[in-house]
Design a protein around this ligand. Sequence first.
Ligand SMILES: Nc1ncnc2c1ncn2[C@@H]1O[C@H](COP(=O)(O)OP(=O)(O)O)[C@@H](O)[C@H]1O
Ligand SMILES: [Mg+2]
Length: 345
Amino acid sequence: MSTDVTTMEKRVTAGQTDADRLLRIEDLGVTVQKQAGPLSLVRDASFEVREGEIVCLVGESGSGKSVTARTIMGLTQLDDAMDVTGRIELAGEELTDLSAERVRRLRGRELTMVFQEPLSSLDPVYSIEFQLREALRRRERLTRRAEHERLVEALAEVGVHDGPRVLGSYPHQLSGGMCQRVMIAMALLARPRLLIADEPTTALDVTVQAQILNLIDRLRREEGMAVLLVTHDLGVAADLADRVVVMYAGQVVEDAAPKDIFARPSHPYTAGLLASIPPLTGERPTRLPAIRGSVPDPSALPTGCAFHPRCAFATERCANEAPPARDVGGSRVACWNPMTTKGAA
Ligand SMILES: Nc1ncnc2c1ncn2[C@@H]1O[C@H](COP(=O)(O)OP(=O)(O)O)[C@@H](O)[C@H]1O
Ligand SMILES: [Mg+2]
C-alpha cells in the first residue's frame, strides 16, 4: 500500500531533549499465569516515543506487539490479570504504580487506543452517535446540533460519507470495516497526546487505509499528537515512522530510524522481514520469500537468542547466550552478530 500516502516531512530529530519524551518503556516484562506455570509474553522491552513522533512497532504475528500495546494502556494488568514488571512512564508519570481509577482516567484523555478487533471495543447497547459524542465531550462542549455536525465531519475524515445513517446505527448493524472507521474517528475525536493504534487499518481497503494514515499523520503534524502504530506493513512504517521498533518473541530486537532500518538493517530478523515486503508496483507474487519457520510459542522459547533457530548467521554462542541490546551506529540491536558490523570484527 502506501503509494498515495503523502510524503511526510520527517521531523528533524537533532536537538531533542528528555523533555520531548512522552512515553518511556523500560525493561518491560509481561507474564501470564497458566496452569502449567508462568508464560513470559514480553521480556526486557525498552523503547520510547517522543512528543509528536510516530513510532512503528513491527514484527510477525505472535511477536508480542499487541500485548505490549495493551500493557501500556493498563489492560493486561487490570483486565487480564497479567504480571507486569519494569517501567511505563507517560510524560514523567509512572503508570505501573497508578491506581486503576487514575489509569482509567488517563485512558481516553491522554492515551487512546484503537484495537485490532473493533467490535470488542464498541459498546453494543449504545448508538454510534452516543459513543462518538462521549469521545467528543472529553475535549469540547458544543451545542447538540454542532456536535452532530462535528461527528458527521469526523466520520467523513475516515471515509464514511453517509454519516447521519451510521450515527443512528448500533455496532451490530455495521460491517467490521465500518466499525473500524468509527473506532478510529472516536480515537481521533478525543485528540489524545498519545494514540496507540494496533493494526488500525488491516480490515480496510487500500484507499481508506491511505486516507486514515494521512489523517493520523496530519494530526501528528498539526496537533503534535504522538503515535505508537503497531503494523505488520513495513511499507507503512517506511512512509510514516520517525522510529521503528522491531519485536520478536516478546523482545525488542532492533530500534532504529527508518533510514537505517531500511537501508542497512542490523538484525538478521529485520533483514528477513524486509525481504518479505511485496513490491509496490507491478504484479504481486502469490508467495513472498519469508523467513523459514515461525515465531516460537511463549511456552517453548528457544535458549540463547530466541531467533537463533531461524537465523542464517547463528553461531554456538547464539544458541546458548541471549544477546543484550547494544548501540550499533544510531540503532539499538540485540544480536551477537549484527549485520552492519559484519566483517568489521
Ligand atoms: N491472555 C493470553 N494468554 C496466553 N498467551 C497469550 C495471551 N495473550 C497473548 N498471548 C500470546 O502472546 C504472544 C504474543 O501475542 P500478541 O502480542 O497478540 O502478538 P502480536 O500482536 O505481535 O501478533 C502470542 O504467542 C500469544 O498467543
Ligand atoms: Mg497483534
